[in-house]
Every structure is written in structure tokens, then in C-alpha cells.
Design a protein around this ligand. Structure first.
Ligand code: GLC
Length: 746
């Protein structure tokens, strides 16, 4: 439809029709089934209001969505097509590693692949918009949704955000094209910084920290052409984002130049009442429209009060028209006025869902996400002739997906057992034992899901306790006979995601008991950690010779794990978040500040910053990860010791693989601004390059350092660079001391 025709349509709409375009309902309002991703409760809609809604979330399927579209359009006076939106976060039917694992790839190419495949499967199932990417910076492992982020660093988040958008929307952002889907950056803004790691809680950030560390991910999405954005549940400066005019209009619209749709998060508009910011749903509707929320996701505010607010002269209809215009523009960009079903096609849906090509990509990305954090005596890779015992609640599990992986069928996911058997064939000498439950008796998931033996041991649950004792005995026996043991341990896959914050980030007692008992009979232990967050791994590492974090690896997790364990693929992931020694250190992140009494030794006493009962260093820093090779770095060389705004300089190293196995090394560039008009972080990631190195091979890796890389919000809140001393570090993680100084002359 031409813009002129679209404008005519807008002008032709009644006020009720306009309001309808700004309403999003969950699928169960219209049809049976669909996913519910927030508090349920009736929106008290009458038939006319239902007929006019402009979009729905949580339902997929080419046939089902065609039927909904036909029914809704027939009921609409102007037959305006609906938008179908869904949380396609790390894959749709083919499930990829959780986003934190994708962050661990440090690979925009892999993230783009994930987005491309997700968009193809989702649009074949009739979907138009995905509520992805989530680009919130996250520095607190207690928060449940850390699994959905790409971690603690603004630069890495921004780098991967661009790749998400490119994969979802295509190079030209022409989302009308087949297999392309409209993306939605979220959650604007700084949802990942709630106090105490408690989901939805207050966010207290200075404006400088907000701009410096939390806005870059959203900005990267906007610059990449992202079509939609979502407000966050939290407050900024004690004002809920959905009602925050400064954040939504001054910053987002005027400064960041975003002109796409802003949708609220699920019932977030009405929740401003509980925030004590809105008096009632009518007041919430007014505050949200004034702030610039276009679509109200699943709340009564707009649908019950917006039209009347306009008629009462309390809301300018011009604001409503602007919001409706953005909605109509996206529908037009998707081509829905010409083809309301877009790519929805039952035949194609069947043909491409979980096809071999997508499964192969899922395996490659999963392998790329694994982070080897310990490999004593080079116990890995395993040899096929070795007698192996694979033990633990994740040894035979098919639940290798994180939350936000809805339509998948776990039975279609490759378990570790399946992966190892497929790789080695039937002549392999590998046994598989459950060993223990995943959760302790008193634990439960965010949905209240418990395992069989819950609560203190008693007559009713005696059989389950006895079963676990038998598992333990079987596992210890198998371990005693094996050359090596592969422990498959981790947090329950529903202990992560929305509403799943935790104060205890250790493995469950039952799993630690299993590990200790196995270690008594066999010291050759490789431990795989399945997790949606950084965990306390100090004791796990004490009892293991090798530890590899495999996150929640998705559909092909078991096959990727098998190939990496036996060296057919190689571990190349790096930690996208610092792993703490203790949860008491949280939030802990690498680009912290010196303080006036810096703790640069990890010491625990004296007049220095730190703790008297624990180090303030992480167990493993951001960017850390081992390869099967032995990669060494030369000293950093600089093309010059001086740099100006117009004359960049080059920092380079030579990396060499002195090991016997090929390696993929993730070379990282960090810059430190030694003095500023405000304090500066000890360093900040500014470049990442991955290089493949065969045994004995050396390669030069060079980074160009340019003036924009030195910019920050100065004492006057101007985003500028300042003359002075800089240090360029190039190494394999955020704690590298391999650096060289230079002077930026301004
Ligand atoms: C949820 C989440 C958001 C998601 C939305 C729709 O509450 O906060 O990330 O996209 O609702 O499911």
C-alpha cells in the first residue's frame, strides 16, 4: 500500500478502531492454546473490542494463524490485518543455545545464523514479529533472565545486537521478504540491573552509567534498523519505563532517533498502579500514551480508557494517530495489506522445521558456545578407546533448552547419551548413569515444579529416596571401573528465565554429593556444567580435572557435546559474564572502577577495597576460556606512541599455537583511559577477533584504534574523547596485563 493510501486509511478510522490497533491480547483471548507469558486475568473485553484488536502474542502455526487472521479481518470495519508476535528468542522449532551461550561465542556470524534460522522457521509458521533481541546489559548472576542476555559488556552486547537484527530483518531490513521477521529490542531500559538481582525490582543507575553501560545495546539495534522496541518493567529514576517521558521521548525518540513501534511489556502499563505511579487504569493509560507507549500489551488501560481520555480532552488524539501510524507502517512494511499471511505456509512449515541444515547449524553454534574453564593434564579431548562413565542428571536428559523455548519437543533434542552413542557407534565402551536428581528435595522451579522426591524423607517418598540411593551406588560402581568420568551436572533448566532469580548459585547438594562420591573412586573427572547463569564452581573445579560450561545448548546439545569431548570439534567459547567465587560478590564485572584504595592483589585485609572473608576477584573473568591448543601472545606492539583525532594507530600481537591440537582463539582488545574528567573503568572491551591456529602456527592480529573508541560521557555529560594517556591491552581475557601505553593528543 502506498503511504498516501495508508494515510487515507488512518484518517478513515473511527477512534475505537484506532484504539484497537494499539491493543495486544494474548492468544487465549482469541483461541484455545497458545503460550501465556505473564499474569493471567481477564481484560474484560466485549465482542466489539475483541474484533478490533491490532495484534496478538503467543500463538504460532500457519493454519491456526490463517484462521485467526481471516476471522479478525472479516470482523474489522476496514479489514486491517493483525500482527502475530511471539517470543522467538534463541530459535523457534530448532532450538539454539540460550542467549548467554550465544554471547559466549563472541561471534556475530553465529548470532546472525541463529536469527536467520529462527526467522525462517517462525515466519513459515505465520509469525510476523519476534520479541527479540533482548540486549539488556546484565552483571548480576542472581537475576533469572541473565540467561536471555549476551552478558555484562556493552561492546559485546552491541556487536551481537547488530547481528541479531541483520539475521532477523536482512541486510536491507526489508521484512516483506520471505524468511524475514520484524525484530524488537528489549527491555528499554536497563531491565538487567534490578536491585538484588530480583526480577522487576527498582533500578538505581546514574544517568552516566545508564548511558555508558546500558543504552549501547538498544542504540545498536536502532542503528541497525530494528522495527520495534519494548518497554521494561522496572523504573528508571524512580519512574516506570512505560510512563517515563524523559526516557521514552527525550532519550529514545529525540536523541536515539527511534521512529518504530514501542510496545509495553506484558501488562506493564497497568502495573504502574502497583508501582504507586498511576492511580488507576485510566491514569495508567494517560501516563503511557503521554510517554509514548504505542501498543499496550495485555492490560486494560488502553482498551478500556484511551478513547474516553481522548473524548474528554485529556489525551491529544494526535498522539493516538502517531501511535496508530507506526503500527500501520509496520503492517505495510511486512506486506500484510497485500498478503495478510506473509510466509505462513503449512507445507513449507513441515518442510523446513528442524531440517538437517538447521540441525547442523544448531550443533555448530552449540559447540561454539561451550567454554572450557579447566583442562588439567589435558584430560580432554577424550580418546574413543577409553572406558568412560557418563554420570549425572543431564547425562540422558532431553531437556537441554532454556526458558523461552516454547514449541520444541524435548524428545527431538539430542541428549548427551544419544550424541556420544551416535558419534562412537555401538563398539564404544561408555556407560550412562543418572546418579542423582537435579534439584534438592526442598527446591522447586519458578512454576512450582518439583522432582519426585520432594520434602523430608518419609514413608510416602521413601521409594524415590531409595531410587536416588540406587542411582548413586550404580554411578560410583561405574566410575570405579572407568578410565575417565564425564559428569553432566547443572541447574534445573526451569531455574532460569523470567521470575527465576536465586540467592544460591551453587549446584544442588545432591549433585555435589554425587560428584564427591565419584571423585573418591576416580580422579579423572571431566565435569560439564549445564546452566542459565554463572554458578559458583570453585568446589566443582577442586574435584574435577576439566570443567566445561555448556549452558543450555538446545536441540543438538548432545551431539555438539560429544564432538567437542572427543575433539571432532573444538571448544572456543569465552565467558560473557564474570563467574564469581561466591554469590556474595555479586554484582561482579570486569569493567569496574579502581576506587581510591584499589584492591589489585585480591588481599582481604587492610585499608583497601574488598572483603575480609573473600577475595574480590572473580573465579574466572569476562572473556576467559581455554582451547585444546596452547596459545601464547607476543607483547603488544603499537604503530605509534601518539594518536590524534585524525590519526589512528594500530595495536597488534602475534599469537602462536604451541600445542598439539588445533585451536580457535578469541583475541580481545581492551582500552584503558588512565585519567578522565570523570573516573574511568579499569578497562573496556573495544575489539574481538577469532583466529584459527593449527599446531605450531602463528598469526599476527591487529586492531585499529580510532578516536570514537575513546569517547565517554565527560564531566559535562558530553560524549567526547579527552587527551591523555591510554593503555591498549590485547589478550585472551579481561585480566590480561599484556599492554602498551600511548598518548592521545586530542
Ligand atoms: C514477558 C517478558 C518479555 C516477553 C513478553 C511477551 O513478560 O518480559 O520479554 O517478550 O512478556 O511474552
Amino acid at each position: 500500500m502506498t503511504n498516501e493510501a495508508l494515510k487515507e486509511l488512518l484518517n478513515d478510522l473511527s477512534l475505537e478502531e484506532k484504539v484497537g490497533q494499539l491493543i495486544q491480547v494474548s492468544a487465549d483471548t482469541l483461541v484455545e492454546g497458545g503460550i501465556v507469558t505473564g499474569p493471567t486475568g481477564s481484560l474484560e473485553l466485549n465482542a466489539e473490542q475483541v474484533a478490533l484488536v491490532g495484534s496478538v502474542l503467543g500463538k504460532a502455526g500457519a493454519k491456526a494463524l490463517r484462521e485467526i487472521q481471516d476471522k479478525q479481518m472479516a470482523a474489522q470495519p476496514h479489514h486491517i490485518p493483525m500482527l502475530f508476535m511471539y517470543d522467538v528468542i534463541n530459535g523457534f522449532q530448532t532450538i539454539f543455545p540460550i542467549a548467554l551461550g550465544l554471547g559466549a561465542t563472541f561471534s556475530p556470524e553465529m548470532v546472525e545464523t541463529v536469527a536467520e534460522v529462527s526467522a525462517k522457521e517462525a515466519t513459515a509458521s505465520g509469525l510476523h514479529v519476534t520479541f527479540s533481541p533482548m540486549v539488556d546489559t546484565v552483571r548480576d548472576a542472581r537475576w533469572g533472565r541473565v540467561m536471555e542476555s549476551t552478558g555484562e559488556d556493552p561492546y559485546l552486547n552491541g556487536l551481537l545486537a547488530k547481528a541479531w537484527i541483520k539475521g532477523y530483518q536482512g541486510n536491507d531490513n526489508d521484512v516483506r521478504k520471505e524468511g524475514k521477521i520484524a525484530a524488537c529490542f528489549k527491555h528499554f531500559a536497563a531491565y538487567g540491573a534490578p536491585e538484588g538481582g530480583r526480577d522487576y525490582d527498582n533500578v538505581e543507575l546514574s544517568e552516566r552509567t545508564l548511558r555508558e553501560d546500558y543504552l549501547p545495546g538498544y542504540q545498536a539495534c536502532i542503528e541497525a534498523g530494528c522495527k520495534m522496541g519494548m518497554t521494561s518493567f522496572n523504573t528508571i529514576n524512580r519512574i516506570p519505563s512505560s510512563g517515563n517521558k524523559w526516557l521514552m521521548r527525550d532519550v529514545l525518540r529525540d536523541e536515539m532517533k527511534f521512529d518504530g513501534i514501542m510496545i509495553s511489556d506484558y501488562s506493564a502499563v497497568e502495573e504502574m498502579i502497583k508501582h504507586s505511579f498511576a492511580k488507576d487504569p485510566r491514569d495508567a493509560a494517560k501516563l503511557a500514551m503521554d510517554a509514548g507507549v504505542d501498543i499496550d500489551m495485555v492490560s486494560r488501560a488502553y482498551v478500556q480508557h484511551l478513547a474516553k481520555l481522548v473524548r474528554d480532552g485529556e489525551v491529544d488524539e494526535k498522539l493516538v494517530d502517531e501511535a496508530v501510524w507506526r503500527v500501520l507502517v509496520l503492517k505495510n512494511e511486512l506486506g500484510l495489506f497485500e498478503n495478510p499471511y506473509k510466509d505462513g505456509d503449512e507445507e513449507k512449515e513441515k518442510l523446513i522445521t528442524l531440517c538437517e541444515e538447521f540441525r547442523t547449524k544448531a550443533k555448530e553454534v552449540a559447540a561454539g558456545s561451550f567454554v572450557l574453564v579447566q583442562n588439567k593434564e589435558e584430560i580432554l579431548p577424550l580418546a574413543k578407546k577409553e572406558k568412560i562413565a557418563v554420570i549425572g542428571p543431564y547425562a540422558m536428559s532431553h531437556d537441554l533448552h532454556g526458558s523461552w523455548s516454547f514449541p520444541n519437543n524435548p524428545e527431538l533434542q539430542i541428549s548427551v547419551e544419544q550424541g556420544v552413542k551416535e558419534l562412537l557407534g555401538s563398539d564404544a565402551d561408555v556407560t550412562f548413569c543418572q546418579g542423582s536428581y537435579c534439584m534438592d528435595p526442598e527446591e522447586q522451579t519458578k512454576y512450582g515444579v518439583k522432582e519426585e522426591r520432594t520434602g523430608a524423607r518419609c514413608e510416602e517418598n521413601e521409594a524415590f529416596y531409595a531410587k536416588e540411593e540406587a542411582w548413586l551406588e550404580e554411578a560410583v560402581s561405574a566410575a570405579a571401573k572407568a578410565d575417565k568420568v564425564v559428569m553432566c551436572l547443572g541447574e534445573h533448566n526451569l531455574h532460569t528465565g523470567e521470575g527465576a532469580s536465586k540467592v544460591d548459585i551453587r549446584l544442588s547438594d545432591c549433585q555435589m554429593t554425587l560428584l564427591r562420591k565419584v571423585q573418591e573412586v576416580n580422579k579423572n573427572i571431566v565435569t560439564l556444567i549445564f546452566t542459565g547463569r554463572p554458578l559458583e564452581l570453585r568446589e566443582v573445579e577442586k574435584y574435577s580435572k576439566a570443567v566445561m560450561v555448556v549452558w543450555l545448548p538446545g536441540t543438538e546439545g548432545g551431539s555438539a557435546i560429544a564432538e567437542v569431548l572427543y575433539g571432532a570439534m573444538r571448544p572456543q567459547g569465552r565467558l560473557p559474564m564474570s563467574f564469581p567465587v561466591s554469590v556474595g560478590q555479586e554484582p561482579i564485572y570486569y569493567n569496574h572502577f579502581m576506587t581510591g584504595r584499589p584492591n589489585d592483589t585480591g588481599r582481604r585485609v587492610g585499608y583497601i577495597s574488598g572483603y575480609i572473608d573473600e577475595t574480590c576477584k572473580p573465579l574466572h573473568p569476562f572473556g576467559y576460556g581455554l582451547t585444546y591448543g596452547k596459545v601464547t601472545y607476543s607483547k603488544v606492539t603499537l604503530s605509534s606512541e601518539k594518536m590524534t583525532s585524525t590519526a589512528s594507530l594500530t595495536a597488534s600481537v602475534t599469537v602462536t599455537n604451541e600445542g598439539v591440537h588445533p585451536a580457535t582463539e578469541t583475541v580481545q582488545l581492551y582500552l584503558r583511559d588512565v585519567t578522565g574528567s570523570v573516573i574511568r573503568p579499569v578497562r573496556a572491551l573495544k575489539g574481538v577477533k577469532k583466529v584459527d591456529l593449527m599446531p605450531g602456527e602463528s598469526k599476527e592480529v591487529a586492531f585499529e584504534i580510532t578516536e570514537p573508541m575513546l569517547r565517554f560521557y565527560d564531566i559535562n555529560m558530553n560524549y567526547v574523547s579527552e587527551a591523555g594517556e591510554e593503555i591498549a591491552y590485547i589478550g585472551s581475557d579481561a585480566e590480561t596485563e599484556n599492554g602498551a601505553s600511548f598518548t592521545f593528543e586530542g
